[in-house]
Design a protein around this ligand. Sequence first.
Ligand SMILES: [Zn+2]
Length: 116
Amino acid sequence: MAAPSCIFCKIIRQEIPSAIIKENQAAIAIKDISPRAPVHYLIIPKIHIESVAHMSDTEATVAAQMLILARDIAADAGIVGFNLITNNGASAGQSVMHMHVHFLAGKDIYEHGLSL
Ligand SMILES: [Zn+2]
């Protein structure tokens, strides 16, 4: 299930050091090494899933744990406004092919015209 050369799998196996913010049974949150907001964490499942598009129905429980981890990080830090973004596929900006959610806070991500 783990991918030997995957950088996020290496972080999960602690073969590469990272600044772990918080973790639960299914996911870890680390600081993004190239932050795009005052708070920018990556929430990464502990099992290798390439993207949401590759996730099985059974693995969707991991996605729920990723959201729970985001909720708990926000609660711990007293963050009331945050964005969760997941890029799926290279054409959508995914740069590491191991599913992850960007946790962003302290920045208006809509300032340049994006509107959802
Ligand atoms: Zn991986």
